[in-house]
Design a protein around this ligand. Structure first.
Ligand SMILES: Cc1cc2nc3c(=O)[nH]c(=O)nc-3n(C[C@H](O)[C@H](O)[C@H](O)COP(=O)(O)OP(=O)(O)OC[C@H]3O[C@@H](n4cnc5c(N)ncnc54)[C@H](O)[C@@H]3O)c2cc1C
Length: 300
């Protein structure tokens, strides 16, 4: 057994951290694709995250709902930490919502509505957690995390808790200071403004309706597979190249929304990788635009 595995298992034993061995990542991603994580950790409090983070030899990856992840068929030879129900609290302080990283964006939006607060309506329907949304500065319909965030708290590689204010978060299009780093986001504050609950609800319903009309929500996916290239829209470029419906096995370019690559059955990661590559090559050849993936690829 690898040393890091022994270390993780003994930490789990000592600190009562729930875990699963060889846990299929297809059950933890909205794509429903991915082989096993060698160890899946389900910490229930910050102390448990801190002890894991401080152990430098453990190859850790922190995830939320897995709604922006594509995991390799061979899985992840490391420890995947899911911030789930133990981190789902959303509390009101004045007009600010203090949200734990595992809280769903749906819960954040509904709490804002219940308290007649406006600002996060844009996030209604994004099927991720607060941690994932801060990590990649999630956004939709003209709004993004950057517009409302006040600060984020994270646990670093030494197991220490820090708070970074908005200006320190380096938020830009689908990017934050956390991208590619080792920190675990544990909490974020969203500063909202008082609004009319009927108007807030109407906006949320409208955006959800637009998602249902335009997006292939009937199939597993990770949302838009590609980032918006400068000066164009990925979906429009893919559509323009006639790629809607293009398939590799059960991986398919959605017929409804060309920006979504979907799993129409039992797609493997290898099939999805191949389809991503083909779409990219054809778009580059026919339009000159180079598409970059928005979806994060984990494992080998
Ligand atoms: C149908 C559908 C529609 C979507 N629409 C949108 C949209 O409109 N706009 C948009 O921006 N996105 C959209 N997405 C993509 C996705 O929902 C968002 O990117 C979301 O913010 C990801 O959150 P998550 O909790 O699922 O993160 P995950 O997919 O679990 O993780 C994403 C990245 O964040 C990191 N991460 C997650 N949590 C933490 C943490 N606590 N600490 C440190 N790192 C962390 C992970 O390591 C990974 O690199 C959509 C996805 C789907 C399936």
């Amino acid at each position: 057994m690898n040393n890091w595995i022994k270390t993780v298992l003994s930490l789990c034993e000592k600190h009562g951290i729930p875990y699963e061995e060889n846990a299929p990542m297809s059950a933890h991603t909205t794509f429903k694709i991915g082989g096993p994580a060698r160890i899946l950790l389900l910490p229930e409090n910050m102390e448990q995250i801190a002890v894991l983070a401080a152990e430098k030899d453990i190859p850790l990856t922190f995830i939320g709902r897995g709604s922006n992840l594509l995991v390799a068929d061979g899985g992840i030879n490391g420890a995947v930490v899911v911030l789930g129900s133990g981190f789902s609290a959303v509390e009101l302080q004045g007009d600010t919502l203090i949200c734990e990283a595992g809280a769903s964006l749906t819960k954040v939006c509904q709490t804002a509505l219940q308290n007649s607060l406006s600002g996060v309506e844009f996030a209604y329907g994004i099927p991720g957690t607060v941690g994932g949304a801060v990590y990649m500065n999630a956004g939709a319909y003209g709004g993004e995390v950057k517009d409302v965030i006040l600060w984020a708290e994270y646990i670093d590689k030494n197991g220490e808790l820090h708070r970074a204010c908005k200006d320190e978060l380096e938020l830009s299009y689908r990017h934050s200071r956390f991208c590619g780093g080792d920190d675990c986001i544990v909490r974020a504050a969203f500063e909202l403004i008082p609004g009319d609950p009927a108007e807030i609800k109407a906006k949320m319903d409208d955006l959800m309706g637009r998602r249902r009309d335009k997006q292939p929500l009937e199939y597993p996916s990770a949302g838009s597979t590609f980032k918006r290239p400068e000066g164009a829209f990925a979906a429009a470029l893919i559509d323009q190249c006639g790629l809607k419906g293009m398939r590799v096995g059960d991986a398919m370019v959605s017929e409804k929304h060309a920006g979504f690559l979907v799993n129409v059955g039992k797609a493997t990661c290898a099939e999805m990788d191949e389809l991503i590559g083909k779409v990219r090559d054809i778009v580059a050849e026919k339009t000159g635009y180079h598409l970059e993936t928005e979806v994060y690829r984990l494992g080998e």
